[in-house]
Design a protein. Structure first.
Length: 253
């Protein structure tokens, strides 16, 4: 008797696992509310999966009722409801839940796309926030441009200023100096300002002081070519007017 007591649990354990398990997709439970499935509908689907996985393709209503422990009328109503929703196809060949799994796949795909879009938006927002932190003077630059242009900047112009600051690495003082030169020339457009900044970058001029030193050297060389003696101590205010025409020509070279 004692040996039999030890044998029964082992036998049960063997049959428990060899009898198998009914595989039910977790997404069925996750999306059951969005599919408007009632509790009885979920039980019917689980029972259908059980029958299919045990080789029974055409279970009778009585078999559903026995497994779920409910009436055949409720089983019939549930099957008709799911067939009407396009979740279940009932034919002479049996019951096919392909429609249900297609609906689940659609909901899953929509959820994934939304998650990807949200992730993209978060990355974009984080990148923009980082750019704002890296260029804290961006607002002051925009204000200066709007004051000189006498109007609000367009989104493209805003992006151009941001590009100069965060991508090209031009300092605030250098961008403002380029704006000043453009205003002095009466050429208030971003293309001209970009040409000025690009010209300075090619000459490896990173500060306004370096720009002015470069200009002094440039003017001195032009004066020498014209047979004039360079004046080392020329005041910047006096030579700025002379430089304007020379600088325009230099950019066009």
């Amino acid at each position: 008797m004692e040996d039999g007591g030890r044998f029964l649990p082992a036998l049960f354990s063997k049959d428990f696992f060899t009898a198998g398990f009914t595989s039910v997709p977790n997404l069925l439970f996750k999306y059951s509310r969005r599919l408007n499935l009632e509790s009885i509908d979920i039980l019917v689907i689980i029972a259908l999966l059980y029958f299919q996985q045990t080789g029974k393709r055409e279970p009778a209503l009585s078999e559903f009722a026995m497994v779920i422990n409910t009436t055949e009328e409720k089983i019939q109503a549930s099957l008709e409801r799911m067939r009407y929703k396009g979740l279940l196809n009932i034919s002479d060949n049996g019951m096919d839940p392909t429609g249900l799994f297609e609906k689940i796949m659609d909901l899953w795909a929509i959820e994934k796309m939304q998650a990807l879009q949200e992730g993209y938006n978060e990355v974009a927002a984080s990148k923009k926030a980082t750019e704002r932190v890296e260029t804290p003077y961006l607002d002051s630059l925009i204000y200066a441009f709007e004051q000189e242009f006498g109007r609000a900047l367009t989104p493209i112009e805003f992006d151009q200023i941001s590009h100069w600051s965060s991508i090209e690495g031009y300092s605030e003082e250098l961008i403002l100096e380029a704006l000043k030169r453009a205003v002095l020339q009466g050429v208030c457009n971003f293309k001209y300002i970009d040409r000025i900044l690009s010209h300075w970058a090619k000459q490896n001029l990173r500060t306004v002081r370096e720009v002015k030193q470069y200009e002094e050297k440039f003017i001195s060389q032009r004066q020498l070519k014209r047979g004039r003696n360079p004046q080392v101590s020329v005041r910047w205010e006096e030579k700025e007017e002379k430089y304007k025409d020379l600088y325009v020509n230099r950019l066009d070279d």
